[in-house]
Design a binder for this molecule. Structure first.
Ligand code: NAP
Ligand code: ZN
Length: 353
């Protein structure tokens, strides 16, 4: 074991602060990574503040962060895919049983024994739970390490590991392509990646936002139309017209006005994970045989596919780079929907701690 620098929170009401954590020495299948950038996902904030206590209670101290890019510093003797110096990435998972039907189907995120990058029981027993990417290094089994296309800006590539795959995967699953009308609710970290992918897949893209000030950006990011969702008169003309709507909203909100915008057999997929249950009016589904579903990140193979597509089309996240010392301020701004459109922590800033 060795000590790594990190930022952790000691309770749901404590700020994140500098600490040191135990990491395992790489075993034969492990890759040790020097972390260069880590994105700030709203899930980090939900977890730090224990907002998902009913589904996955937070174990403290928590070291969040699952949008990790870095450079390989060491590899175990059996590692075949990576060597020291390679640019790599780690997303939301660091382990799974790799034998269950979901793992065999390339859907490790639905493995009953999945280990998430932070706040999951640590099967290596280095610590009670896994510690995430707000740290200067991490050690991960090579199966859960991704390759970063060399042309991508590294800070902008970090959010692809969660915001990117979480929006890419459901759109692939729903067959989004030219001729489809796609709505994206919420222009935050996930939402702005959803816009970029929907546009790249050739769809007609409409952004629903509660922030009228984001309209110009939405069009620049690739939307064809922008609707201020609190304005019923702007919503109405879209009734019954969408093939697919992706809901990326982090806060509690009413999904019924959006269900009414779906066409026959249209689908609304939830990726946003507000803390409270949602209410659904039965007739909003019955009429038009509409459906609601959910989606969680994406499997390892699909995450690599997404990164390669991003490399080919030079797609990255729009990031505001911050030093780790500004992380608590960044959380407050995230709550005000005041980020364009993802914070990426420059992990070099951790060296001075
Ligand atoms: P984010 O950057 O904070 O963006 C969320 C956006 O939702 C905001 O920018 C805002 O957009 C809108 N919004 C926030 N509160 C709202 C409210 N009360 N009513 C209406 N709109 C509201 O967050 P994120 O990092 O993209 O994450 C979004 C959600 O996805 C979080 O709940 C996160 O935990 C979840 N998530 C899920 C997965 C998964 O695998 N399913 C993966 C990652 C994240 P406008 O200003 O445009 O209205
Ligand atoms: Zn995330």
């Amino acid at each position: 074991m060795y000590k790594a620098k990190a930022y952790s929170a000691g309770s749901a009401t404590s700020p994140l602060a500098s600490t040191s954590i135990a990491r395992r020495d790489p075993n034969e299948h492990d890759v040790q990574i020097e972390i260069l950038f880590c994105g700030i996902c709203h899930s980090d904030l939900h977890s730090v503040r224990n907002e998902w206590s009913e589904f996955m209670a937070t174990h403290y101290p928590i070291v969040p962060g699952h949008e990790i890019v870095g450079r390989v510093s060491k590899v175990g003797s059996a590692v075949s895919k990576y060597k020291p110096g390679d640019l790599v990435a780690v997303g939301c998972m660091v382990d799974a049983d790799c034998t269950c039907p979901n793992c065999k189907a390339g859907l490790e995120q639905f493995c009953p024994n999945v280990t998430f990058t932070f706040n999951s029981p640590d099967k290596h027993k280095t610590a009670p739970v896994t510690y995430g990417g707000y740290s200067d290094s991490i050690v991960v089994d090579e199966h859960f390490v991704l390759r970063v296309p060399p042309n991508l800006n590294l800070a902008g590539a970090a959010p692809l590991l969660c915001a990117g795959i979480t929006t890419y995967s459901p759109m692939r699953h729903q067959g989004i392509a030219a001729g489809k009308k796609v709505g994206i609710i919420g222009l935050g970290g996930l939402g702005h990646m959803g816009v970029k992918f929907a546009r790249a897949f050739g769809a007609h893209v409409v952004v629903f936002t509660t922030s009228p000030g984001k309209a110009e950006d939405a069009l620049r990011l690739g939307a064809h139309e922008v609707v201020v969702s609190r304005n019923a008169a702007e919503m109405k003309p879209h009734t019954g017209s969408f093939d697919f709507i992706l809901d990326t909203v982090s806060g509690n909100h009413d999904i019924n006005p959006y269900l009414a915008l779906l066409r026959l057999d249209g689908n609304l997929t939830l990726v946003g994970a507000p803390s409270k249950p949602l209410e659904v009016a039965a007739f909003n589904l019955i009429i038009g045989r509409r459906s609601i579903s959910g989606s969680s990140i994406g499997g390892i193979a699909e995450t690599q596919e997404m990164l390669d597509v991003c490399g080919k089309h030079n797609i990255t996240s729009d990031v505001e780079i911050i030093p780790i010392q500004k992380v608590n301020e960044a959380y407050e701004r995230l709550l005000k929907s005041d980020v364009k459109y993802r914070f990426a922590i420059d992990m070099a800033s951790l060296k001075s701690e």
